[in-house]
Write a new protein. Sequence first.
Length: 85
Amino acid sequence: MALLIYRQLEYRVAAVSETDSVCGSQLMEQLRQMDFYRLEGQGYVPLYTRNDLTDALHKQAGFRTDYQALTLKEMNKLIAQTKKP
């Protein structure tokens, strides 16, 4: 099941990406690098560098996390969206 989900994400990101194809290892490495720094009482600041692959991931996910700090409320909303069936 995990492999199916992984391949589906790979296919969907490649479909919206500026590049010709997306390698699975590139996708996993990029997801690992997309980290945030938590500012107490204020929210989260992205620590990763924006690139074509992060743009494609954001486009596929339907939200962006790379422009500005996210409040705790906004981050919790994004996390809740990932848990919906």
